[in-house]
Design a protein around this ligand. Structure first.
Ligand code: PLP
Length: 379
């Protein structure tokens, strides 16, 4: 997708906020515990390479990504810190992971056997794998101790090609005020851990929510994602935080067109909005192709510190708002962030769209330029 630099709609990234969030997280870690910055999905829409650079400078010890291509993009950009891919890769790409010193997860002996078959090149570095344990997330990973032990034997038989450097699980409810299911997963994880012959270099369970709200579980690595971007992993479910999170992302635009319409006149596709009286209508050059979902019709943006309703259907590339009075084109519009005394958070947008802030941030498309505002003070 072409990035629209010659248009006023932008995603602004406050790098100081990312540093602030990471510094707090790193300071609170038990000694000997590493933090990998989770930068998958273009760093949750914040920009992969920018966030990786900021995270590395703040002291992150490595990176987690979702797919092998993201890991390779980091390597191509010159990052040498450890990288862990979180999703299962195709076994035929295991050699690419090994050659680039990228660790990958394993959840079955079948995967190991297929991967090992492709790890024969003489000068190939060992493939580093993290054993994924499915303790209740129901996504990837070993579910039975016998299967893990059998997989350990497969690795032992191919010890010149492959090495277990990590063991991990992922929690389904770490962001839930009710800890019952979380505790069940912790107990299962400890059962697995106790039954294994040796601990690998990394043992890890914690995402942001776990690191914020749960005591360490005999682990030495945190996979720190959404909180690095200043977002509360629970949405609004758990308000208490060990340190204040500073949101890093805002979305801005400006009025591209302004007009007055008479009472009864309609706005946008389907003519779903009819002005009840004479109104000033502004057009914002952003739409659902930028990730500003159609279901945000009726939500608002901020103009000169005032809430302006989104009227009529959101189009692919533009949407319309009701202005308090006539304003010139070029007037700034805030979709996420502060304007005057008011603020719209990603959580506000997510609430209106009946989703989670993760999805709103990741959904902001590549057409929106990401622009660093490096020296903004944090909250
Ligand atoms: C396995 C795994 N670990 C860590 C994370 C980071 O989670 P969060 O962004 O909630 O910190 C994710 C995110 O989806 C994940 O899938």
């Amino acid at each position: 997708m072409v990035t629209a630099t010659l248009r006023s709609s932008r995603v602004l990234i406050n790098e100081a906020a990312i540093t602030h969030n990471l510094t707090h997280a790193l300071t609170g870690l038990p000694k000997g515990t590493d933090l990998f910055a989770v930068v998958k999905a273009d760093a949750y829409g914040h920009g992969l390479l920018r966030v990786a650079r900021v995270a590395q400078a703040a002291g992150a010890n490595g990176f987690c990504v979702a797919v092998l291509d993201e890991a390779l993009a980091l390597r191509r950009a010159g990052f040498t810190l450890p990288i862990l891919v979180l999703g299962i890769i195709e076994p035929e790409y295991a050699a690419i992971a090994a050659a680039n010193h990228i660790a990958v997860p394993v959840g079955s002996s079948e995967w190991l056997t297929a991967a090992i078959a492709g790890l024969n090149a003489a000068d190939l570095p060992k493939l580093h794998v993290h054993f994924a344990l499915d303790t209740g997330m129901g996504r990837i990973g070993f579910r039975h101790l016998e299967d893990i032990k059998a997989a350990v034997r497969v690795v032992q038989a191919a010890s010149s090609q492959i090495e277990i450097t990590g063991l991990f699980t992922h929690f389904a409810t770490a962001d839930d005020p009710d800890p019952t299911y979380f505790n069940l997963q912790v107990a299962r994880f400890h059962q697995f851990l106790a039954a294994l012959p040796e601990r690998p270099r990394y043992v890890h369970v914690a995402n942001s929510a776990t690191s914020l709200w749960h005591a360490a579980c005999d682990c030495n690595l945190v996979r720190f994602g959404v909180a690095m971007y200043g977002l509360n992993p629970s949405g609004r479910a758990i308000e208490t935080l060990p340190y204040p999170l500073a949101p890093a992302l805002s979305v801005v635009s400006s009025l591209s067109f302004v007009k007055q319409i008479a009472a009864g006149e309609a706005v946008s596709y389907g003519a779903t909005y009819h002005a009840p009286q004479t109104e000033w209508i502004g057009t914002v050059p952003m739409g659902y192709a930028d990730g500003w979902q159609r279901r945000l019709q009726g939500f608002h943006v901020l103009v000169e510190g005032e809430e302006c309703e989104i009227v009529g259907r959101i189009c692919m590339d533009q949407f319309m708002i009701r202005l308090p009075h006539q304003l010139p084109t070029g007037t700034p519009v805030v979709l996420v962030g502060r304007s005057g005394e008011r603020e719209i958070t990603l959580q506000d947008v997510a609430d209106y769209a009946h989703t989670i802030h993760y999805e709103i941030a990741c959904g902001l498309s590549e057409r929106l330029p990401r622009v660093s505002i490096a020296n903004q003070p944090t909250a």
